[in-house]
Every structure is written in structure tokens, then in C-alpha cells.
Design a protein around this ligand. Structure first.
Ligand code: NAP
Length: 316
């Protein structure tokens, strides 16, 4: 059986659920395909499901956990009639109207939609070493802006040699006693100006030619095992926090054949959430490699909902 909806929202992070709240309140009865849990770093609710305390989302002065914030957004979306489904979209056809979507295991499309909001987010690249998954959110993080505050007065490390790693390391020196930048080569990929900023920062140390082979600690991060990429020697660096900043991958698989992507692989949008296909909108981290915050993602979901509403009205 095929369900028809005015708005199909793909993704259930802050962008998707904010779009659901707005389109729900506009009486558009959105269907939200939330995703399916497939690993620690890939589950409905997106990256916030992996975050402990969120202290910078306005309206929660005592902080709120990532999973609780997402649960509240879900409840709010449901209150306004959003139909939330735990499933994955594995194919979208936006070449003819109505748009069609195939869910997990579908051979035939099971949803048709007058408009689609793509809010599939992005995921951090991970090291895939022992200890990493277990200590995620227990001293291991992928977001300095989110978690830096918890590492006041501590010795911590950042992995990576690009602009993100330098930006995170520099930001973290506001809180930490020292930040060791662990990089697998002996020169940075980051832009010259960022490099200079890091070099003159007395709190930033460098572990050159170093590869993390294990994150150590039972309950919380206590150190990392490093291997010298030139000599093969190993050593333990004692730290209480580690930030992985080796890049992000936007979740664009559904639209790689449909939409132009920018040079970093993110969906190109203009004037808010418009893509180059009328009625197909993109919101949140799948189209933003600049800000990547829960609040900017939510704002982007709101814009997509307003854009979709305007589009549907113009169709009538
Ligand atoms: P990036 O430029 O791709 O750099 C990734 C870094 O991580 C590289 O140094 C890479 O090492 C290292 N790396 C990758 N895989 C690794 C692994 N498995 N183990 C250890 N290290 C690994 O990514 P990014 O820093 O996130 O930047 C992405 C884009 O956003 C860039 O265009 C960047 O300029 C931009 N950006 C700009 C700003 C800014 O201007 N303020 C801030 C952040 C990001 P290698 O160097 O050896 O390949």
C-alpha cells in the first residue's frame, strides 16, 4: 500500500524534527522517516543522540542531555500530528511528481509526496580503533563547541591536521591546561593562518607522525596509545579527553544522482533550503559544513518547513 503525504521529511535530528513541528502546525500532516539504529554512530535522532550534556541550546539553562532534547522534539512533533516512522529511505525519485520514496526492504515505493525535506545530517569520520566506541561521550568527543567546557584544567588531545582540528584545538585551549594535536604526518593540512595561530598558542603541543591505535580507559578516557608512523615505536599519552576532528561525511547517498553537491560533498542550497529541484528541500548538516550546531540545524529545519509550505501553496 502506498501512503501519500504533502511533506515527507527524511531524518530525525534537530533539522528534521523542527521541520516536522512547523509543517505539523501548518496542518500539512508530515511523514517523518526517522532512520533505523544501525551502529552507535548511526541512529534516529542523529548526532545529538551521542552527546551527553547540551549547555548551549537556548531555553535549557540547567543543560539537557542530547537524547532528552531529541525525545522532547519528537514529542512536540507528534503533538502537531507528525507521523514518525522508524525506517530508512533507501531510494528517492524526484524526477516526476509526486515524488516517490522506497523504505527499507521496499521493492515498490511505499510513500508518495508533494514535497520532500532532506534532513539526513552528517556523521563524523571516526578512527575505528579499540576503545573509541566504548568511550564515546565518556571523554571522547567529536565536537569541541559542544563538550569543551567539560575539560577545564585538563590535559587533552585533538586528532587531525586540517582546519577543523586546529580550530577545535585552539578553541579547547580556553578550557584545557594543554591540548596535544595528534597528527599522522609531520606537516599540517590546515590553512597557513590557522597553522600560525596554533604554533603561537603556548597551550598547544604537537605529536607529529603519530597514529592513535587505541583509546585507553574503562569508564572514562585515561590516555591514548600512539604509534610513530615513521619508526613504528609505540607510547602512551596520558590524557583525560580526546576530540576526533578528521572530517565529516554528509549523508547524501539518497541524492548523489539527483542534486549538485559542493566541493566538500554537501548538498548545495540557495535562499534558505532550496535545491535545484522544485519541491525538494535540504536542511541541517547535510547542507551545512560551516556551523554544524543543534541550534543552526533546527533553524535550518524551520526554514525548510516554511519554504515547503510556500511551495505547496504556490502549487495550489
Ligand atoms: P580535512 O581538511 O579533510 O582534514 C582532515 C585531517 O584529518 C587531515 O589532516 C587528515 O590527515 C586527517 N585524517 C583523516 N583521516 C584520518 C585518520 N583515519 N586518522 C588520522 N588522521 C586522519 O577536514 P576538516 O579539517 O574537517 O576540514 C574540512 C573542510 O572544511 C576543509 O575544506 C576546511 O578548510 C574547512 N574548514 C574550514 C574552517 C575555517 O576556515 N575556519 C574550519 C573547519 C573546516 P592528512 O592531512 O594526512 O590527510
Amino acid at each position: 500500500m502506498t501512503d501519500h503525504t504533502r511533506v515527507l521529511i527524511i531524518g530525525s535530528g534537530p533539522a528534521g524534527l523542527t521541520a516536522a513541528i512547523y509543517t505539523g502546525r501548518a496542518l500539512l500532516n508530515p511523514i517523518v522517516i526517522e532512520g533505523e539504529p544501525s551502529s552507535t554512530t548511526d541512529q534516529p535522532g542523529g548526532q545529538l543522540m551521542l552527546t551527553t550534556d547540551i549547555e548551549n541550546f537556548p531555553g535549557f539553562p540547567e543543560s539537557i542531555t542530547g537524547p532528552e532534547l531529541m525525545a522532547r522534539m519528537r514529542e512536540q512533533a507528534k503533538r502537531f500530528g507528525a507521523d514518525l516512522r522508524v525506517s530508512k529511505v533507501h531510494k528517492v525519485d524526484a524526477t516526476s511528481r509526486p515524488f516517490r520514496a522506497w523504505l527499507t526492504d521496499d521493492v515498490e515505493p511505499s510513500i508518495t509526496a508533494d514535497s520532500v525535506i532532506l534532513a539526513t545530517g552528517a556523521r563524523s569520520m571516526m578512527l575505528n580503533v579499540p576503545g573509541e566506541e566504548r568511550l564515546y561521550s565518556h571523554g571522547l568527543s567529536t565536537c569541541a563547541t559542544c563538550d569543551g567546557f567539560f575539560f577545564r584544567g585538563q590535559d587533552i588531545a585533538v586528532v587531525g591536521g586540517g582546519d577543523s582540528a586546529i580550530e577545535e584545538a585552539t578553541f579547547l585551549t580556553r578550557f584545557a591546561s594543554s591540548v596535544t594535536l595528534i597528527h599522522r604526518r609531520d606537516s599540517l593540512r590546515a590553512s597557513k593562518i590557522m597553522q600560525e595561530r596554533a604554533m603561537i598558542n603556548e597551550k598547544i603541543k604537537f605529536a607529529w607522525n603519530s597514529k592513535v591505535t587505541e583509546v585507553l580507559g574503562e569508564e572514562r578516557v585515561e590516555g591514548v596509545r600512539l604509534e610513530d608512523t615513521v619508526t613504528g615505536e609505540t607510547r602512551v599519552l596520558p590524557i583525560t579527553g580526546i576530540f576526533i576532528a578528521i572530517g565529516h561525511i554528509p549523508n547524501t547517498t539518497l541524492v548523489t544522482d539527483l542534486l549538485p553537491l559542493d566541493e566538500a560533498g554537501y548538498v548545495k542550497t540557495s535562499h534558505g533550503s532550496y535545491t535545484n529541484i522544485d519541491g525538494l528541500f535540504a536542511a541541517g548538516d547535510v547542507q551545512d559544513h560551516e556551523y554544524r550546531q543543534a541550534i543552526t540545524s533546527a533553524g535550518s529545519g524551520c526554514m525548510a518547513a516554511l519554504d515547503a509550505d510556500k511551495f505547496l501553496e504556490s502549487m495550489e
